[in-house]
Write a protein that binds this ligand. Structure first.
Ligand code: ATP
Length: 510
C-alpha cells in the first residue's frame, strides 16, 4: 500500500498520532493511540518471550534513562556519536551528508532494478544473477555504486568532513527541494540530547538522555551475573526509550527523536564471537519470519567498514514503503565497552571463569531492534486493499490488516445483530464479559454488521462473533475469520478454544 495511505490509516484507526497535534505537532515525535499501543505491546511481548522466556541464560533488565555522564564518555558517544550535517543555502533545508550520498546510490540501484525487470519480461527462464554479472551496463553501474560506497565508508570512519563535502560536489548532488548545488561545508553534529541536574550548576550537572539502551546493560553486567549466578555465555535483554537529536527525520516513525529499542547483549568468551554472531543472525531472522511476513521483504546487509567498537556487524534490512532500510542491527562489539568502562570507572569488570580458573573481560554480541521500526514493518507489510464480494455478491474493496493473530490489537469483536433489541445486546454483553477474561475484546453494536466487519478488518481483528436470534434459542453464534471471511456456526462455549488456539503467542514458536 502507498506510504501516504498507511500514515493516514494509522491516524484514522487510532494507531499513531502526531505528538502535540493541536500545536501543529512536534517534528519526529509521535504518540501511539489505542490500537497502536496494543500492537506495540504485543510486538514487545513477542520479542521478550523469544529472548527471556525461551532462553534460560537470558534475563531481563530495566535500567534508568539517566546515567552517570561518564558513561557516555566511556562509550564514545560524547566524542564520536555524530552525524555529518550539511545545509543547502538556497532552500535552507538541512540534510545528513551521508544520506544524500546513499540516496544517490539508491537511484543507481533503482536503474539496475528497472533493467532487470525489463529483461525478466523478455526471457522465459531468466537467471537474474547471471544477467547482473554479464550485462555491461549493469556491471558498470554496480561498479559505480561500490566505488561510492567505499569512498563514503572511508570518509565516515575517518570522520573526514572535507571529503564528505567533496563527494557531494563530485557526484553533483542537488538539493531535492531547491534543485541547487549551493551547499555549506559539512560539519559534525552530536546526536545526544542534554539536560541539567537541578542541584548542580554548570557542566558538572550536565546529563544526557540515553541515545541507546545498551550502556545500562554494560554497567550492570556484573550485578546481573552475580545476582542470578549466570555462567558465560549469558544474555541481558532490555526494552526502553532512547533519544537521538536526528538531523533529518521525515519518514514517520522510521526515524524519531524519541523512540524505543529492544536490545540484548550476549556476554561470551573471547574467541567465540564468530559462532555467536552466526547463531544470532539466524535466530533473529527466524523471529522475523515466524510472524508470517514474506521472506523476500528481508535481507542481511553485512557492514564492510565497521564502527569503532565492532569486529563484525550486519543489518537486517526491511522492504519499507520507501525502500530497503535498516530494521535491526547485529553487532559483535568485542570487549570495547566493558574495557572502556573499566578504565574510566577504575572498577574491575572481569568475569571469573570457573572452568578455566581465569579472570577476563567477556566479549559481547548484541542484537538491537527498534520497536517503532518493527511496528512500521508490520503495519506496512500487512495492510492491504482487497477486492471481495459484498453481501449481494458484487465486487467491493476492503482494507484489511493481515497480521499474525497473536499480535493483533483486538482478538475478538462481539457484535449483536441489532442494537435496539435488548435480548440481543444483553446476550452479546454476557459473551463479551466472559471472553474479556481471556482476550482483548471489543463490543460493537453500531451500524450494519457488514460495516462492523470492515472496521475490524481495518485493525486486523482475527475473529468477529455475531449474536443473532438463533443464539437466544440454542446458544450458538456465527464466528467469522478475518482472512478467509468464512463464517461458521459454533457453540458459545467453543469460542474461547477456537480463538485461543490461533491468538496464543506460543503459536509463534511452534
Ligand atoms: P540508522 O543508520 O538508521 O540511523 P543506526 O545504525 O544508528 O540506524 P543503531 O544505533 O544500530 O541504529 O540502533 C539500533 C536500532 O534502533 C536500529 O536498527 C533501529 O531499528 C532503531 N533506531 C535507531 N535510530 C532510530 C530512530 N531515530 N528512530 C527509530 N528507531 C531507531
Amino acid at each position: 500500500m502507498d506510504f501516504k495511505k498507511i500514515v493516514a490509516h494509522c491516524k484514522e484507526y487510532g494507531f499513531i498520532f502526531q505528538s502535540s497535534e493541536i500545536y501543529d505537532g512536534l517534528s519526529a515525535t509521535y504518540d501511539y493511540g489505542p490500537n497502536g499501543v496494543e500492537l506495540k505491546n504485543n510486538i514487545k511481548k513477542y520479542w521478550w518471550m523469544a529472548m527471556v522466556q525461551m532462553h534460560e541464560n537470558i534475563v531481563g533488565l530495566d535500567a534508568a534513562i539517566f546515567m552517570h555522564p561518564k558513561t557516555w564518555k566511556a562509550s564514545g558517544h560524547v566524542d564520536a556519536f555524530n552525524d555529518p550535517l550539511v545545509d543547502n543555502k538556497d532552500s535552507k533545508k538541512r540534510y545528513r551528508a551521508d544520506v544524500l550520498v546513499e540516496d544517490y546510490m539508491a537511484k543507481i540501484e533503482a536503474k539496475i532494478k528497472k533493467d532487470v525487470d525489463k529483461a525478466r519480461k523478455r526471457f522465459d527462464d531468466f537467471d537474474e544473477e547471471m544477467f547482473k554479472k554479464t550485462n555491461g551496463r549493469i556491471v558498470a553501474r554496480q561498479e559505480e555504486i561500490d566505488k561510492i560506497s567505499n569512498r563514503l565508508a572511508t570518509a565516515m570512519t575517518d570522520g573526514n568532513m572535507e571529503e564528505m563535502y567533496q563527494m557531494i560536489m563530485d557526484l553533483g548532488i542537488a538539493c531535492p527541494v531547491s534543485g541547487s548545488k549551493n551547499w555549506t561545508e559539512v560539519r559534525q553534529f552530536n546526536l545526544m540530547f542534554s539536560t541539567q541536574l537541578g542541584n548542580i550548576a554548570g557542566s558538572e550537572g550536565k546529563l544526557y538522555l540515553r541515545p541507546e539502551t545498551a550502556q545500562g546493560i554494560f554497567v550492570n553486567y556484573l550485578n546481573v551475573q552475580k545476582s542470578t549466578r549466570q555462567k558465560l555465555p549469558f544474555g541481558i535483554a532490555q526494552i526502553g526509550k532512547a533519544f537521538r537529536n536526528e538531523i533529518v527525520a521525515r519518514q514517520f516513525i522510521f526515524r524519531m527523536r524519541e523512540f524505543e529499542q529492544m536490545e540484548m547483549q550476549y556476554f561470551i568468551k573471547p574467541g567465540t564471537q564468530k559462532k555467536w554472531f552466526d547463531y544470532w543472525k539466524d535466530a533473529r531472522m527466524t523471529w522475523h519470519k515466524n510472524l508470517g511476513i514474506p521472506a523476500d521483504k528481508y535481507r542481511f546487509h553485512d557492514h564492510a567498514n565497521l564502527a569503532h567498537y565492532a569486529d563484525a556487524a550486519t543489518d537486517i534490512e526491511f522492504d519499507f514503503p520507501f525502500g530497503m532500510k535498516e530494521l535491526e542491527g547485529i553487532h559483535s562489539r568485542t570487549d570495547f565497552d566493558l574495557k572502556a568502562h573499566e578504565e574510566l570507572s577504575g572498577k574491575k569488570l572481569q568475569y571469573f571463569d570457573p572452568e578455566t580458573n581465569e579472570n577476563y573481560v567477556p566479549y559481547v554480541l548484541e542484537t538491537s531492534i527498534g520497536a517503532d521500526r518493527m511496528f512500521l514493518a508490520v503495519m506496512s507489510s500487512t495492510l492491504q486493499e482487497e477486492t471481495v464480494p459484498d453481501a449481494k455478491g458484487n465486487d467491493s474493496t476492503r482494507i484489511v490488516m493481515k497480521l499474525h493473530p497473536a499480535i493483533a490489537p483486538v482478538k475478538v469483536a462481539i457484535l449483536p445483530l441489532l442494537k435496539n433489541r435488548e435480548e440481543l445486546t444483553s446476550k452479546a454483553r454476557a459473551v463479551f464479559d466472559k471472553l474479556k477474561l481471556s482476550f482483548n475484546c471489543q463490543y460493537d453494536e453500531k451500524d450494519a454488521v457488514g460495516r462492523r466487519y470492515r472496521r475490524q478488518d481495518a485493525i486486523g481483528t482475527p475473529f468477529c462473533v455475531t449474536i443473532d436470534f438463533d443464539t437466544l434459542e440454542d446458544d450458538t453464534v456465527t464466528i467469522r475469520e478475518r482472512d478467509s471471511m468464512e463464517q461458521t456456526r459454533v457453540k458459545i462455549d467453543e469460542i474461547a478454544g477456537i480463538v485461543g488456539e490461533k491468538v496464543a503467542m506460543k503459536s509463534l514458536f511452534e
